[in-house]
Design a protein around this ligand. Structure first.
Ligand SMILES: [Cu+2]
Length: 349
């Protein structure tokens, strides 16, 4: 009799513990930002390292060679002094890496506050074609930028909370802590090497205060979990150099499966849209696609595979996700996304 009571108590304790212990898939794949909220009083710190690579050019859905661009793509600045009629500098590859630090704090069960800061490093490789026409190559050069990106501050507001379904709204601001005046040396088609303000994709921030808005849902049943998120970044006005980057919208969904109580694997698909730049930085005037405000729009569908790991103490999480594009349509020519990887560590205090 006593032993069966003991067994019952043990069973109850065990079930309470296992119910209370978080699952590795209670966080979305690590490439998703602001995917979860916290219980009152919880504090979480996170570090993510993101690396992405772009390679080759495309206009619309058509791939273009550097020679095709240098001889066939009109230069926005044609007609101005020293300006060729076609683009004569062609980006061939770009890499970007980012160290992202995040902090979350929940003043109540309904509200989680989140801050994210990052350090960005970018590198772009180019071919410079000789003179105003033809397909003779003058040389190659790379430009590099590095520094703080924009700082985001958000509130995550719970709108649905049940055993298997959760949802929250995200409202926030991105503050223009990233530079929009980064410069570096380039090689011009006339064989000069001036130091110039670099084209838009090499800058580190938007220069504007941006609104962040989104909705996130997540659910689970048995060994499976899933979720979806929409997230938009809306530029408020023009920046100090007179332009505003295109608004960005992401719509995504993911599915995760438990391997055991510590490890889950995930599959994610994300649709990303970015508009062209409005207005222009009057000092960014080069015969290169990246200097054209109307060659910035992106429609892209990505697919990602990931792994989440939660340490037995339930306080530390490690996660990794690898993403490749399935489809991309670019107001081009623009460099195509090739792959991206995110590795993250999250610590619940
Ligand atoms: Cu968190």
């Amino acid at each position: 009799m006593i032993s069966s009571y003991m067994a019952l108590i043990f069973l109850m304790l065990f079930s309470i513990v296992s119910e209370a212990s978080p699952r590795p898939d209670s966080h979305a794949p690590i490439g998703v930002m602001g995917d979860h909220i916290h219980k009152k009083g919880e504090v979480m710190f996170s570090y993510r390292y993101m690396s992405m690579s772009m390679q080759g050019n495309r206009s619309g859905k058509l791939d273009l060679t550097p020679q095709e661009i240098a001889t066939g793509t009109p230069n926005l600045f044609a007609g101005q002094p020293m300006m060729p009629t076609t683009l004569r500098v062609v980006p061939t590859k770009m890499t970007m890496s980012m160290h992202m630090l995040g902090a979350m704090y929940a003043p109540s069960d309904q509200l989680t506050l989140m801050a994210m800061a990052n350090i960005v490093e970018k590198k772009m490789d180019h071919i410079t074609f000789m003179g105003g026409s033809g397909s003779n190559i003058l040389g190659n050069f790379s430009t590099n930028t590095k520094g703080f990106g924009d700082l985001s501050l958000s509130g995550l507001i719970r709108i649905l909370s049940s055993a298997n379904h959760n949802a929250h709204l995200t409202v926030g601001l991105s503050l223009p802590t990233g530079s929009i005046k980064k410069n570096d040396g380039i090689l011009t088609p006339m064989n000069m090497r001036p130091n110039v303000i670099l084209p838009y994709p090499m800058q580190l921030g938007s220069g504007t205060v941006d609104a962040i808005a989104g909705i996130t849902y997540s659910g689970s049943h048995g060994g499976l979990s899933w979720g979806g998120q929409t997230r938009s970044i809306l530029r408020l006005g023009n920046n100090s150099r007179g332009y505003s980057l295109g608004d960005e919208h992401t719509v995504q969904a993911w599915l995760s499966s438990l391997i055991n109580s510590q490890i889950s694997v995930s599959l994610r698909t994300a649709y990303f849209h970015r508009s062209n730049i409005k207005n222009i930085d009057s000092e960014i005037m080069l015969p290169v696609q990246s200097a054209d405000p109307n060659r910035q729009k992106i429609n892209r569908l990505d697919i990602g595979v990931g792994l989440n790991f939660i340490f037995p103490n339930n306080r530390n999480r490690l996660a990794i996700e690898y993403v490749i594009p399935m489809y991309q349509e670019l107001a081009g020519p623009q460099l195509k996304n090739d792959w991206g990887i995110t590795v993250g560590w999250q610590l619940l205090l």
